[in-house]
Design a protein around this ligand. Structure first.
Ligand code: IFM
Length: 446
């Protein structure tokens, strides 16, 4: 039996742009994802999040689903331009009211709200003034965070500043696969630093407010392996680890960027100034818990790209999901143990873990997603192993409660425990929904 105690938080996660829809309703401002998805050629199936799952209008139905599933907690993000349509200054009361109702209703249903402040939908107005490359956005984020801290305080069970800052910085500003779609590695590095600083400053404001709830950040982390034992591949793996994992973990726990990466980037013509002493102090005091989003590991070989000279390789005979991610359950305990040993976080939550599959709605109205069940069970068992070894894991969130807008993949990838018919917006629990319901009820599984 894989058992998690009564205190363990079982939850599910979503993000505003991926589910809410109502992109221009009730005074909401435009976000960089509205702009990006409305730009032809950016989304594989030409879809947008204009309607998405229409959660903005159907949140009550969705809370009923959460209740039926039996989760202890629900992780969602707040859409910044719904609250501050211009990024700062004027508050949109109707937008705020939506989150007031959502949080109140969750609490009435004994589901603990877990709020992410930034899951990628930056107000477009701020993007036009330099976006995350500019210090103005750091200031605006502090104001936005402060405003929400004062409104919701202890009504939120766990606060998360940023979701996956690596994705914002590197996929959004260097690869250009994500909004705002820039391709400038030096900018991506600057963005990564500003994201970390905005997190540290927001947490310092949170502490000044005296809010008695934990606050943290959610990083997408992964074990990294070299494809072969040759030196070029091993160095490439080390650099990718430096870029994906240590570039965020080291500042948050040690107050500085990893030295090997700073030197590498400098040699490549991408110098990045160090954090000041006061910034380092803020960073190292900024986490009550670390959120880890885990979906896959990466195997690296030497590559030709100018910034990292590293390329993700496919493992011969490996098991792959429809996102081309290797299914690697032992990576869950590996990454949790590594972080626990190297950085000693006070607490860890798995803030995302999920499996994309081209689910099919059968004529009898059911969705049989055995692969997803196997994926979740194997990852939970691996997580349990890390807990038995002493890692301070306090909770686990499945990505996602329902199928939703998967960024540049549009609606072509389904991650949900609940199937969404995008024509009718009907929600249909998949077999994995009932499996997870049982896991939560029994606080574990055989
Ligand atoms: O959908 C995303 C989510 O927004 C962030 N983490 C990974 C998920 C699956 O790609």
């Amino acid at each position: 039996m894989v058992e998690f105690g009564p205190e363990f938080l079982f939850g599910v996660a979503t993000a505003s742009y991926q589910i809410e829809g109502a992109w221009n309703e009730d005074g909401k401002g435009e976000s960089i994802w509205d702009r990006f998805s409305h730009t032809p050629g950016k989304i594989v199936d030409d879809s947008t999040g204009d309607i998405a799952c229409d959660h903005y209008h159907r949140y009550e139905e969705d809370i009923k689903l959460l209740k039926r599933l039996g989760v202890d907690a629900y992780r969602f993000s707040i859409s910044w331009p719904r609250i501050f349509p211009e990024g700062r200054g004027r508050v949109n009361e109707k937008g705020l009211d939506f989150y007031r109702r959502l949080i109140e209703s969750l609490r009435e249903n004994a589901i603990r709200p877990v709020v992410t402040l930034y899951h990628w939908d930056l107000p477009q107005t701020l993007e036009e003034r330099g976006g995350w490359g500019s210090e103005e956005t750091v200031e605006a984020f502090k104001e936005y965070a402060h405003f929400l801290f004062r409104i919701f305080r202890e009504e939120v069970e766990l606060w998360i500043t940023h979701n996956e800052p690596w994705v914002t910085a590197f996929l959004g500003h260097s690869e250009g696969r994500m909004a705002p779609g820039k391709q400038d590695f030096a900018l991506a590095l600057r963005v990564s630093k500003n994201l970390l600083l905005s997190h540290a400053h927001a947490v310092s404001i949170f502490r000044e407010e005296g809010i008695r709830k934990p606050i943290g950040i959610a990083l997408n982390l992964a074990p990294i392996y070299p494809k072969t034992e040759n030196d070029a591949d091993r160095q490439a793996a080390l650099r990718f680890d430096g870029c994906l994992n240590r570039w965020f973990l080291d500042p948050l726990f040690r107050g500085e960027f990893p030295e090997d990466m700073v030197m590498w980037y400098r040699r490549k013509g991408f110098p990045i100034p160090p954090f000041s002493d006061s910034e380092s102090r803020l960073l190292t005091k900024s986490l009550d818990f670390l959120g880890i989003n885990y979906c896959t590991r990466y195997v690296l070989e030497h590559g030709e790209d100018p910034a990292l000279e590293a390329r993700v390789a496919r493992v011969p005979g490996g098991e792959y999901s429809s996102m081309d991610w290797e299914v690697y359950p032992s990576g869950m305990s590996e990454i949790v143990c590594r972080v626990s040993v190297d950085y000693s976080p006070r607490a860890i939550y798995i803030t995302e873990n999920g499996y994309p599959y081209p689910d099919i709605l059968l004529p009898n109205g059911s969705v049989v997603d055995e692969e997803r069940i196997a994926y979740l069970a194997r990852h939970l068992a691996s997580l349990h192993k890390a807990m038995v070894l002493g890692c301070p894991v306090k909770g686990y969130f499945v990505w996602s409660i329902m199928d939703n807008f998967e960024w540049s993949y549009g609606f072509s990838k389904r991650f949900g425990l609940v199937y969404v018919d995008y024509e009718t917006l009907q929600r249909i629990p998949k077999q994995s929904f009932f499996w997870y319901q049982n896991v939560i009820r029994r606080r574990g599984f055989e």
